[in-house]
Ligand binder design. Structure first.
Ligand code: CA
Length: 290
């Protein structure tokens, strides 16, 4: 189960521009059920595998792992999937973790970042927080404590209104349950369930999510909810978000479920971020490794 991106080779990652099209079929990208997806950036393979495995133990999280700053940048500027949080080692083989953290903030990554530091030396802690990390935990740490901190950061992020995702031509803001047109700022308000459906589909990237998986994620263990309920919500969502309600171009029916279509406007926005990364990435890569 443990997906380890570092085994996939650097050459594929160098073609980061093709990343969107080539990576989603990878078994490493497994966020099919809408659970909370964490990116582990850690070069110690034993700790990395352990974290990926333990995060997934009770189904609350799933995780992908990368072993270097280069891979982390490639993974994060590729889209999808969307990562809900990052666990970031302070000493990576090709970069200083704090410098990477700072670069990620500068290119607009807002999700919670928890730094894994080698010590709780004040200097490291201050550096991590100054670089934009939300929290830190010193190795060796108790997994339960890490999970508690992760949950706390995720809760705070979800309610902060900071989170927004790119869906079709829209910015999707889960906290305010709104789809916003970047052009004119026009907002489409969504119900709680509609927002939950979009969040779940967004996590899966452009791959379909089955009706059952959507029901489980959005309605949980509520009884009496049928696929008909889901279909009704999908119908209403389409009425709200499809540019032409008579033509489905964003929320596609496929594979016994639904998926989001990737739309060039989102990619264009992403391309700008990538260009910026190209400049910024030089700093962390050349930084001191530990
Ligand atoms: Ca390390």
């Amino acid at each position: 189960m443990a997906p380890v991106l570092r085994q996939e080779g650097r050459s594929a990652l160098r073609h980061a521009g093709l990343y969107d099209q080539t990576m989603p079929s990878s078994p490493a990208l497994r966020a099919m059920n809408g659970d909370t997806l964490v990116l582990v950036v850690e070069d110690d393979p034993v700790l990395s595998d352990l974290l990926v495995e333990q995060l997934a133990v009770d189904g609350e999280f799933s995780a992908n792992a990368v072993g270097s700053a280069t891979e982390a940048l490639a993974r994060l500027r590729g889209s999808p999937p969307y990562y809900d949080a990052l666990l970031l080692d302070i000493g990576l083989p090709d970069a200083d973790g704090c410098a990477l953290c700072q670069s990620l903030r500068e290119i607009g990554l807002r999700q919670p970042i928890i730094m894994l530091t080698g010590s709780d030396a004040e200097a490291d802690v201050v550096r991590a927080l100054d670089a934009g990390a939300n929290d830190y935990i010193a190795k060796p740490f108790r997994l339960a404590e890490l999970l508690a901190r992760l949950r706390a950061q995720l809760r705070s992020f979800e309610s902060s209104g900071d989170a927004w995702l790119s869906i079709g031509p829209y910015q999707f803001r889960p906290a305010s349950r709104a789809l916003v047109h970047p052009g004119d700022g026009r907002q489409i308000k969504l119900t709680e369930k509609e927002a939950a459906i979009l969040k779940c589909l967004h996590r899966a990237g452009t791959r379909p999510v089955s009706r059952q998986a959507l029901l489980d994620t959005v309605w949980g263990f509520q009884t009496g909810v049928s696929t008909h309920t889901l279909e009704t919500h999908i119908y209403r969502l389409r009425r709200k978000m499809e540019p032409n309600p008579n033509q489905t171009t964003l929320l596609i029916t496929e594979g016994g479920g639904y998926r989001l279509e990737s739309i060039p406007s989102g990619l264009a926005e992403r391309t700008e971020a990538v260009k910026k990364t190209e400049t910024l990435r030089m700093d962390p890569i050349e930084g001191a490794a530990r």
